[in-house]
Design a protein around this ligand. Sequence first.
Ligand SMILES: NC(=O)C1=CN([C@@H]2O[C@H](COP(=O)(O)OP(=O)(O)OC[C@H]3O[C@@H](n4cnc5c(N)ncnc54)[C@H](OP(=O)(O)O)[C@@H]3O)[C@@H](O)[C@H]2O)C=CC1
Ligand SMILES: N[C@@H](CC=O)C(=O)O
Length: 433
Amino acid sequence: MMRTRPLKVALLGCGVVGSEVARIMTTHAADLAARIGAPVELAGVAVRRPGKVRAGIAPELVTTDATALVKRGDIDVVVEVIGGVEPARTLITTAFEHGASVVSANKALLAEDGAALHAVAERHGQDLYYEAAVAGAIPLVRPLRESLAGDKVNRVLGIVNGTTNFILDKMDTSGAGYSEALDEATALGYAEADPTADVEGFDAAAKAAILAGIAFHTRVRLDDVYREGMTEVTSADFASAKRMGCTIKLLAICERAADGGSVTARVHPAMIPLSHPLASVRGAYNAVFVEAEAAGQLMFYGPGAGGSPTASAVLGDLVAVCRNRVEGSTGPGESAYTQLPVSPMGDVVTRYHISLDVADKPGVLAQVATVFAEHGVSIDTVRQQSRQDGGGEASLVVVTHRAPDAALSGTVEALRKLDTVRGVASIMRVEGE
Ligand SMILES: NC(=O)C1=CN([C@@H]2O[C@H](COP(=O)(O)OP(=O)(O)OC[C@H]3O[C@@H](n4cnc5c(N)ncnc54)[C@H](OP(=O)(O)O)[C@@H]3O)[C@@H](O)[C@H]2O)C=CC1
Ligand SMILES: N[C@@H](CC=O)C(=O)O
């Protein structure tokens, strides 16, 4: 039976995502009410610039006082789509204290302070849902938290940042420049308010921390995630990748150690074979592989950024939280977490593609090979090409077998000290084989 008192929603932020949340709440009001068992009403919208024209939003709902809005006492659910750590953290905490549940898309905050926020929510008997924080429209948080709660997830591997995938895809397929592609991604609403978060890998690292935490039932914070951005990827790297039958993607990889006693989480650009399903993930799409003991391999795929796809995930959470409210319950809280240690990047074992500028003279190849051998890094293939500019230099590309990252770092450090090695042009991990 439909209850008549509407559930009141406070929307914090009305930008790329928030404006779409408001639009869908209005246009799909009847459907949402039917699914929830009660009407939902937009009770207030907090923004920074009150004078901005916002289509479909009654001006009297708009306020710059987000704190007063979450403290009103009649708000059932706060939807936080402001972004950033503060004031979002304080506003969410205040919302719980004043009897509201929260839906958030804020991965930066959840990766930094998710555990503390969950504790406050539970203390006040409220829900905290955040499906939109990872991989846009793709249902991933709930499948990991709920559907796979009885299985043992060992690995999560994927493309979780739409902006960087859009840029890398453009660089690969149309030869577009980095800045031009970033401007386009920003105009399309994919990039963060500060796109450094995307291109330097902070956004993907925050998502990796969230994914590793829920997949392995442990606490992983942003600082635990090894991170490299994609700003140094060049057209020469793409050309090298092509020669190997690969492309380049910014990957998030979370793994449970074989003995189950620790986990790793990392974000970096990597070469992956063109035959791998992640290689054909185009534009701002995301895709995530989950490997679980009983389920085997699962793949989640879909739009990873943009107002409308992200709003879909927010609305899904809003319906779930409102249903809980109508039933007088809360959703599943945090499962009992163990604290598994997070191993350093040096322990990660993978393959590497190293591109060196070397002197083109006898014995250089042997010297380089000796350095690899001394560090216990086994070479798979070597390709040398003399430069045609008469400078007596050659380009040497070494692809290794699997080796610990620490051994590779030691190798590169030693290579840099060789007189015959003029420079290390690039180091790229090779994944997904
Ligand atoms: N864009 C995307 O594709 C995705 C975004 N997200 C996440 O969703 C959240 C929102 O992103 P997005 O919509 O792109 O961001 P925008 O920058 O487009 O929107 C931010 C909104 O928050 C408002 N705002 C900022 N600071 C305050 C404040 N102190 N008080 C009140 N309002 C404030 C802004 O007001 P005003 O309009 O006046 O400037 C704006 O309406 C972020 O956490 C982001 O990481 C998650 C998945 C995908
Ligand atoms: N900036 C993010 C938005 C979604 O999380 C991205 O590009 O993926």
